[in-house]
Write a protein that binds this ligand. Structure first.
Ligand code: MLT
Length: 279
């Protein structure tokens, strides 16, 4: 079911579908909830799936003006959204920028996590060079618009086979990027450039259990980096999705869904934790 909710200065657009233990799906940059369509369909048969557009992305609107929204603020805003939806504990599944937000959710709202799923993401902050590049891009997009962003990003987001053989997925993603406002793209880059390095926490992670999942051909957050990160997290599960690039859930939905559902079910979701907050 599609919902629209106003909470403080955010008009949220989200999918809230299914019944069962809740899972929150958080999209990457500069995308929207539609990247998770195949997961919403498959998971909502046994889980309550909450899949929002982040503030400023897709159809979620920021009412008024903000310079940029940090990863920490987005984690807090998602926690607040879950409270309004009556969800006390959730499996948090974030891709790339969604994963950066996931680390902050772990840091700030750990008691509300049943599981953490880190997809095609990284734990370290930007290098100085990458952060500098983002700031230049942010200024360029604000001054000259985001016209070229989609065509520059698309080849990096997908595996070569997806680019060659899955035109529908590639053009739908291109459309989503093209429809993201220059202000959101610009502020997203600034927020990611400023995000903290979370690697000092890797050894503390592991409670709740963590799934690290990455596309075999992800060139943005490659398997070598993600497997190294997974090795440092206690009892983590690491899965590589064959044939996929950076957008593994979109490119190889069946393998991705199997990995996610196996993980969630093998980690026996706790039924004695109240899933709804008291009225
Ligand atoms: C994403 O997919 O969210 C981006 O690649 C994240 C980033 O630019 O670091």
């Amino acid at each position: 079911m599609r919902k629209q909710l106003i909470i403080e200065d955010i008009e949220w657009n989200l999918i809230d579908r299914g019944e069962g233990p809740p899972i929150l799906l958080v999209h990457g940059f500069p995308l929207d909830h539609s990247m998770w369509s195949a997961q919403v369909d498959a998971l909502s048969e046994r889980f309550r799936v909450v899949c929002p557009d982040l503030p400023g992305y897709g159809r979620s609107r920021i009412i008024g003006n903000r310079d940029s929204t940090s990863m920490e603020e987005m984690a807090d805003e998602l926690a607040q959204l879950l409270s309004v939806l009556g969800i006390s504990q959730v499996a948090f599944c974030g891709l790339s920028m969604g994963g950066y937000i996931g680390w902050q959710f772990w840091l700030r709202h750990r008691e509300r996590l049943s599981h953490l799923v880190a997809c095609d993401t990284r734990i370290v902050a930007d290098t100085d060079e990458v952060a500098r590049g983002r700031r230049i891009l942010a200024r360029g997009v604000r001054e000259h618009g985001a016209g070229r962003v989609a065509s520059v990003m698309i080849p990096k987001l997908f595996a070569a086979t997806t680019l060659r053989e899955n035109g529908a997925v590639v053009s739908a993603t291109k459309r989503v990027i093209a429809e993201t406002s220059p202000a959101t793209i610009s502020s997203g880059h600034l927020a990611m450039a400023d995000r903290p390095d979370m690697s000092e926490y890797l050894e503390e992670m592991g409670t709740p259990s963590v799934l690290v999942v990455v596309g075999e051909f992800d060139s943005i957050t490659p398997p070598a980096e993600m497997s190294g990160m997974a090795r440092k997290i206690r009892n983590s599960t690491y899965v590589e999705i064959r044939g996929a690039g950076h957008l593994a859930p979109l490119e190889e939905p069946e393998s991705f869904n199997r990995a996610l559902i196996d993980f969630l079910e093998s980690q026996a979701l706790s039924q004695d934790i109240p899933q709804r907050l008291p009225e």
